[in-house]
Design a protein around this ligand. Structure first.
Ligand code: AMP
Ligand code: GLY
Length: 433
């Protein structure tokens, strides 16, 4: 039987998902995609494409029915929040992505912490929820220690402020008093090294992927404003160089507890952890693949991607995941000035062929008659795969050298030995070694 897959979303993450569907060999597949932007990497793999907003459930369902979709994969959280999975499920098209109610684990940060509390999910920081700015400011003044200040809803990764890291206590107070957000979650600042574990979840089962570390800060040396993520790496094992195997397993046991407490969850559950002196604690959960993290884990997934989705839809046992035991380094090229004053319109000088050994994933680019141009968001990513992080990093850099630097910026430090050592040293210091 042919599986007809509808992919929702048009970023680098979705290009990686499209590639995973395209390389599926166990099942005959057709791929259709819809998004608000035409990603040339996706359209070149897809049998059809429709321009539609990711949050507009009706036309997405209409397109799914039109192409005879048997499965849907939802990339962005905005679609989950808008109930796109609910609408597709309702129309009889199994959506690999949680329904709106379960997606609240990402879309509502107050719900996320209350849910953890109620179900005694391990790793929850001390927190409090405020819908009055004065009360929130008072809490900050009286709190003994640093706090992370989080608006309740989705902010594209740009709404969180951490006292003692990015801002002072006074700036934190000013932030809650003067921003337009209505409800804040104030929580204990977690100190350590961050990492992500993405799990495939369905029917109360889950299967995990290797840990990944993203780099949120815009500039080298972890300086500058937060971004959607400038790049990421994973190792040839499931853990990262600054982490022990049992610390990875502890993170997985937190995912286990969430899956048990949310039996209807389906799709990717993304755990963002802080490895602290007390082990992994939860920074947040996301209800979808990470961008860039999907570009690390999907290329090393040897288990057939479509087979996993079919098993999820059929309520069968999920296949055990096999990974290729390769390290990966992903680096995004972003427009000059990103994220504060991005300048669009540079011609992209690299394509999938000239990327050589590296994989190329397009993100927010504009395809014109004479080539592909940057827009104001992350442009494209290159991913190196190799036996070690260092060799994978070199492969990514070789591709970037071909792309040139005109109009683009890259964090060259991601995956380099110096930065890896800094992470390892930071963790030793935190553990008190
Ligand atoms: P989020 O928008 O929830 O992904 O948060 C953005 C970033 O803020 C995270 O990746 C962390 O670096 C930081 N962050 C969020 N919560 C905390 C916390 N409780 N302690 C320390 N850092 C945090
Ligand atoms: N890389 C962070 C995210 O996808 O939310």
């Amino acid at each position: 039987m042919t599986e007809t897959v509808l992919l929702v979303g048009g970023g680098g993450r979705e290009h990686a998902i499209a590639r995973a569907v395209d390389t599926s060999t166990a099942t005959e597949t057709e791929l259709y995609a819809c998004a608000s932007n035409r990603n040339p990497g996706i359209t070149s793999l897809a049998d059809g494409f429709e321009t539609v907003s990711e949050t507009d459930a009706d036309p997405i369902v209409a397109y799914a029915e039109d192409v005879g979709a048997t499965l849907a994969v939802i990339g962005p959280e905005s679609a989950l929040e808008a109930g796109v999975a609910d609408a597709l499920d309702e129309a009889g098209v199994y959506a690999f992505g949680p329904q709106e109610a379960e997606a609240r684990i990402e879309t509502d940060k107050a719900f996320q912490r209350e849910f953890m509390d109620e179900h005694s999910i391990p790793g929850c920081p001390d927190y409090a929820v405020f819908d009055d700015a004065e009360d929130a400011a008072d809490y900050i003044r009286k709190y003994d220690g640093d706090l992370a200040i989080k608006p309740q809803g989705l902010t594209g990764g740009k709404g969180v402020r951490v006292i003692g890291d990015q801002i002072t206590e006074d700036e934190g107070i000013e932030y809650v008093l003067e921003s337009d957000y209505e409800t804040f979650v104030l929580e204990e600042r977690l100190v350590g090294e961050e990492f992500t574990v993405q799990a495939f979840v369905a029917d109360g089962q889950y299967r995990v992927s290797p840990a990944v570390q993203d780099h949120k800060r815009a500039y080298e040396g972890d300086e500058g404003p937060n971004t959607g993520g400038m790049g990421s790496y994973s190792d040839a094992t499931f853990e990262l160089p600054f982490m022990t195997e049992s610390e990875y397993t502890d993170a997985v046991s937190i995912i286990d507890a969430v899956v048990e407490a949310m039996p209807d969850y389906k799709g990717i559950l993304y755990g963002q952890f802080m490895l602290t002196s007390e082990g992994p604690r939860v920074v947040e959960f996301n209800a979808r693949f990470g961008d860039p993290e999907a570009m690390n884990t999907l290329p090393v997934l040897e288990t057939d991607f479509v087979d996993i989705l079919v098993a999820a839809r059929e309520g069968e046992e999920l296949p055990d995941l096999v990974f290729s035991n390769q390290a990966t380094v992903c680096k995004y090229a972003v427009p000059d000035g990103y994220p504060t004053d991005p300048e669009a319109g540079a011609k992209v000088q690299i394509d999938e062929e000239s990327a050589g050994e590296a994989l190329l994933f397009y993100a927010s680019v504009d395809e014109r008659d004479d080539g592909i141009y940057t827009t104001t968001s992350r442009s494209f990513a290159v991913v190196g795969l190799a036996e070690t992080i260092t060799s994978a990093e070199a492969i990514a850099e070789e591709a970037l050298a071909k792309a040139g630097e005109e109009g683009l910026r890259v964090r060259h430090d991601i995956g380099k030995a110096d930065l890896l050592q800094k992470r390892i040293d930071h963790m030793s210091e935190i553990r008190g070694d």
